[in-house]
Design a protein around this ligand. Structure first.
Ligand code: SAM
Length: 235
């Protein structure tokens, strides 16, 4: 796992091409994955959500479209600054606030502030995940839900082989070609392979103190949605 500063440098370098590469490399399925994430998160009118590692804000847009009030935050300014013009273009500027750069491991928010926390394709890059989980529990209100959307381990045998070939052979080449940064798109599949599979990630969340932890696989487990609650009786 690279250090936080290296992660910031990497995302600063690819920020301008990040959105287009997401759509190209996922074949456009990324929009559906965000849509499912927002639905599962419980985002609804009036709910206060924190979108951690929000990057250029597409995950925040999905939450705001369901009526939630969203604080969209990240620790890479070059990514975060691309959010507000997008929110304005979509007429969501009154529902999403791009907050000061915030490290997931040290969130600049008061205890029990949010009804929901989401982190999409971000937790894989966090250097010390237990610190982030503790922060998520701290800023969630009792009964609030954490939702993690992350690349995972395909569960269908045929798909596993195909995806392996795609992520080793095709994805790094297209990523390097469009972004001009070969190392960032070599890091992506390598970091996915090093990341805990579905059950192991669920175990981490339970160990951190989340309750009712469960997950659903999307697109055969290429990505997974994990959820966990902060116990309502915990305070
Ligand atoms: C792959 S992008 C995801 C952006 C967005 N959530 C999405 O769904 O497209 C990962 C983001 O995580 C951010 N990130 C990585 N480690 C972080 C940390 N420790 N604290 C806050 N943000 C972090 C990076 O700056 C980057 O913008």
């Amino acid at each position: 796992m690279p250090e936080g500063r290296q992660v910031q440098q990497m995302f600063s370098g690819i920020a301008g091409k990040y959105d287009v590469l997401n759509h190209v490399l996922s074949g456009g399925v990324d929009f559906w994955w965000w849509w499912r994430m927002a639905r599962v998160s419980g985002a609804r009118p009036g709910a206060r959500f924190l979108d951690v590692a929000a990057g250029t804000g597409d995950s925040s847009v999905a939450l705001a479209r369901r009526g939630a009030e969203v604080v969209s935050t990240d620790f890479t300014h070059a990514m975060l600054r691309l959010g507000p013009p997008k929110f304005a273009r979509k007429g969501l500027q009154d529902r999403i606030w791009a907050s000061t750069d915030a490290d997931a491991q040290r969130l600049p928010f008061h205890d029990a502030t949010f009804d929901g926390i989401t982190i999409c394709y971000g937790i894989r890059n966090v250097e010390r995940r237990p610190l982030a989980y503790a922060e998520f529990l701290r800023v969630l209100r009792p009964g609030g839900q954490l939702t993690i959307l992350e690349f995972s381990t395909p569960v269908l045998p045929g798909l596993k082989n195909l995806y392996d070939w795609y992520s080793r052979r095709v994805l790094p080449r297209i990523g390097a070609w469009i972004s001009g940064d070969a190392s960032a798109y070599a890091y992506l599949p390598a970091s996915i392979r090093a990341f805990p599979a579905q059950a192991a990630l669920a175990g981490e969340l339970r160990e951190a103190g989340f309750s009712q932890v469960c997950w659903i696989n999307l697109t055969g487990g290429i990505v997974a949605l994990h959820t966990g609650l902060k116990e309502a009786t915990g305070e």
